[in-house]
Design a protein. Structure first.
Length: 303
């Protein structure tokens, strides 16, 4: 059997509908019917039972389907491996992340990536917020998903992988904890805790501003090295700090209440990679993501 015959038969065996099969394969309906009839003549028995209302596999057709499915998978793996080798999608791709829900998504995409490109291994590792660009500049990771904004001349910005609603972590006994929501102006009424380290000032100003949209100063408290330290300080009543809504699923703890912002932009997590280090592995992984990850709008149930 030729490959197009295998594909036509298996697609019809799945759809059990000639029109849908033709649309899925991009073939004329008559071509699908002709291919199936040719197979049936070659085998000597019907593969499908056809009536005006339904299409069903015969016992012989069912057996052929079960025998051909592994053949199709093997053919596809062979083609994928040849394409991957030709495009240079081999070796190891190390990907960095800075939040738990991003890691969850990357692991899911990595599973699909490995099955499509079996000669390329994917390794996922955490990148700390206090040094967001150190690992990617040193070559420790080749590709990274990190919180926007990113404005670095040596780094290429890829697509946004995830966008999450911004919330404010507040001590449970804080007056804000009783509110349905807070605004950016409310930050002037509490001490804002932030991260410290090799973090660009433009990034800090975006996530931990020094003044409200109306120009009121925002008091700042302790700056910590690790984001989880902020969580502990909030729980101890030392101040408030922004986070993404999904982070509560991973970091909920007694003493901390998560209050939605009314007017703050979402937190966006996007791909970055060294401009000089772009390669086929990086492009293939980034291009694969939309087919694996369902787009999520902010507010759907992140550091």
């Amino acid at each position: 059997m030729e490959r197009h015959e295998i594909e036509t038969f298996l697609t019809l065996a799945e759809e059990l509908h000639f029109r849908r099969t033709s649309e899925r394969l991009g073939l004329a309906q008559g071509r699908v019917s002709q291919t199936i009839k040719k197979l049936e003549r070659r085998i000597g028995v019907p593969l499908f039972e056809r009536t005006s209302r339904r299409v069903a596999l015969t016992p012989t057709g069912q057996q052929l389907r079960e025998d051909l499915l592994p053949v199709r998978r093997q053919l596809q793996r062979a083609i994928d491996r040849a394409v991957a080798t030709g495009r240079g999608i081999t070796g190891v791709l190390r990907i960095g992340y800075s939040s738990a829900m991003v890691a969850e998504i990357l692991l899911k995409v990595a599973d699909t990536f490995r099955s499509r490109y079996p000669d390329c291994e994917v390794e996922i590792e955490e990148v700390q917020l206090f040094d967001p660009f150190g690992p990617i500049r040193s070559g420790q990771v080749h590709l990274q998903v990190t919180e926007r904004p990113v404005d670095e001349p040596d780094l290429t910005l890829g697509p946004v992988l995830l966008s999450e609603r911004r919330v404010l972590m507040v001590p449970t006994r804080h007056p804000f904890a009783q509110r349905a929501s807070v605004s950016l102006e409310d930050l002037a009424e509490s001490k804002l805790l932030s991260v410290a380290g090799s973090v660009p000032q433009y990034w800090l100003d975006h996530h931990y501003p020094r003044q409200t949209p109306q120009g009121r100063p925002i008091p700042h408290g302790q700056a910590t090295t690790y984001w989880t330290e902020l969580l502990n300080l909030v729980g101890m009543g030392k101040g408030v700090s922004p986070a993404s809504e999904a982070a509560e699923r991973y970091h909920a703890r007694p003493g901390v209440t998560w209050v939605p912002f009314q007017n703050a932009p979402p937190i966006e997590y996007g791909f970055i990679w060294p401009t000089s280090g772009e390669n086929a592995r990086i492009r293939a992984f980034v291009e694969l993501c939309p087919s694996v990850v369902r787009p999520r709008t902010p507010g759907a149930a992140g550091k």
